[in-house]
Design a protein around this ligand. Sequence first.
Ligand code: ZN
Ligand code: ZN
Length: 110
Amino acid sequence: MDQTWRRCSSCKKPLPFAGTHWVCNVSTCNRPRLFLTFCTVSCWDAHLASVRHRDTWAEERKSPTAEFWQKVVNGEENWPPRPVKEKEPAKAEPKVSSGPKVVLRRKSES
Ligand SMILES: [Zn+2]
Ligand SMILES: [Zn+2]
């Protein structure tokens, strides 16, 4: 099975599945089918020579597993992953853990 997810957008070095890679923070570099990936920060840095970005930085990301990538190919998942919204509604606590815990004490201690 091919362990190469895709190639570095600068040096073309293969990037394996389930590893880490670097991405550009600029949204136009992260389009669903035209996203850029870099093996190192210096490769990302090289990319800046061909584009004009303001306020840019590189972000380390986890590469998808081969299994996940297959879902992306099948259209079941999105890549790049949707950024996690900072204003997420407070996570609902599972009902089980809400309320005081009931501890049954037995008076059979002697
Ligand atoms: Zn590279
Ligand atoms: Zn960029």
